[in-house]
Design a protein around this ligand. Structure first.
Ligand SMILES: [Zn+2]
Ligand SMILES: [Zn+2]
Length: 72
């Protein structure tokens, strides 16, 4: 198959969580494991879009910060 971003022939692909394209590892800007089964992938195009980048960075497993910010 071909990478939907750079059109290179690839055997293994990742799916970008934002544009849903099947892309090669070279087009993946970053990926993050959210849980055992879920992985979030962002391509270089979406990385350059600030809202998508922010959304990607916000995809974290229960930030500990929340607990610290809680006041009694
Ligand atoms: Zn590619
Ligand atoms: Zn994308």
């Amino acid at each position: 198959m071909l990478c939907e971003r750079c059109r290179k022939e690839i055997h293994k692909h990742e799916t970008c969580n934002y544009c849903k394209r099947k892309i090669c590892v070279n087009c993946v800007k970053s990926s993050r494991r959210v849980s055992k089964t879920t992985r979030v992938v962002i391509c270089k195009d979406d990385w350059s879009k600030i809202p998508n980048r922010k959304a990607f960075k916000a995809t974290e497993v229960k930030p500990k910060r929340e607990e610290r910010e809680r006041r009694y």
